[in-house]
Design a protein around this ligand. Structure first.
Ligand code: HEM
Length: 177
């Protein structure tokens, strides 16, 4: 590209095509009766390429993340199947007393209208995990940080904790033989 027309021609700057100072200064396909007959074909091919590139290109980190997600999915399905097997085999009369057990009850609900799918169970678990994990880790980190900075509060907190612990622990009755 002519440096008299294009500022820093070797620099990657797609915005340079927005406003061309000199009209007809860039004619990649030529012009006039001998203009490239493949111009529109190329434009179409580039559009198709960009479409697939933007939508489906996966970086190595993304491929790795997909793999981890798939492994997590499989291990989770394993847990579900195990619980279902126990009920089917008569080893248990419910799917478990925890949150996953309730979700599995929902999955096996006789009423099709309210029944939830395996994907929905997984999404629910993810929400709970992230909602619980993010909030608690940030709460604990801040607590640690603030207590480390304000040592007087750390001591107060320690005394409070030890007092409540002392109240809970019943004094041992002396042995009466
Ligand atoms: C990015 C891709 C392409 C670029 C940048 C390009 C560019 C050009 C340019 C600058 C010319 C000379 C035009 C002139 O003399 O004024 C030309 C001619 C020509 N191109 Fe392309 N071209 C591309 C792809 C294609 C494709 C895909 C085809 C065929 C399917 C094609 C077929 C032709 C033919 C047959 C001519 C000669 C036309 C003539 O002399 O009458 N080009 N191209």
């Amino acid at each position: 590209m002519d440096p008299n027309v294009f500022v820093k021609p070797k620099e990657f700057n797609p915005s340079r095509w927005d406003d061309l100072d000199k009209p007809a200064s860039f004619l990649p396909f030529g012009i006039g009766p001998r203009m490239c007959p493949g111009a529109n074909l190329v434009r179409l091919e580039v559009s198709v390429f960009l479409h697939y590139y933007i939508l489906y290109y996966r970086s190595s980190e993304e491929i790795e993340a997909d793999k981890i997600l798939e492994e997590l999915f499989e291990s989770f399905i394993g847990i579900l199947k195990q619980r279902e097997y126990k009920v089917k085999a008569g080893q248990s009369d419910n799917f478990g007393g925890d949150f996953l057990g309730s979700l599995l009850e929902g999955h096996h609900n006789a009423d099709k209208e309210v029944r939830i799918s395996v994907d929905e169970i997984i999404e629910e678990r993810k929400s709970f995990y992230f909602a619980g994990h993010k909030t608690v880790t940030s709460l604990l980190s801040w607590s640690m940080y603030l207590l480390a900075v304000h040592t007087d509060w750390q001591e107060k907190q320690e005394r409070k904790f030890l007092n409540s612990l002392a109240k809970k622990i019943q004094p041992q009755k002396p042995f009466q033989g």
